[in-house]
Design a protein around this ligand. Sequence first.
Ligand code: TYD
Length: 134
Amino acid sequence: MDEIRLISLPKIQDRRGNLSFVEEWRHVPFEIKRSYWIYDVPGGTERGGHAYKENSEFIVALSGSFDVVLHDGEKEWRYSLNRSYYGLLVPKLVWRRMENFSTNSLALVLSSTAYDSDDYIYDFDDFKLITHEK
Ligand code: TYD
């Protein structure tokens, strides 16, 4: 299984403005089946609060900042994302929530699977049972 990790993306610096990019398999260790983005988040809001059985994600703070809090069933990590040239790899079967969104923040999420409501684990106790069976 892939591990939770921060992945640096290329940054092409230019007087006209910087440019970064991301490619499947090269920077993200999966085929990108879906992209979505989270924006206009009111202050104090929390997103997520679930895990996926199969879906892995790569999260980039394209603008502003937010925290991604991850739990693997035993330990919790907090990543503060505030640069558009790195992304956080969140493998499947990791509990995650996103919080502390700054004003005008924009979160880009690249996913390894198409949307499937049956892929969600919403109960933390169920999640712990599943991870402990692994
Ligand atoms: P959800 O994944 O629960 O958001 P978050 O984890 O950030 O709290 O998704 C919120 C709603 O959007 C839910 O009704 C499902 C829908 N949705 C899609 O239809 N397609 C998608 O790719 C995603 C991520 C969500």
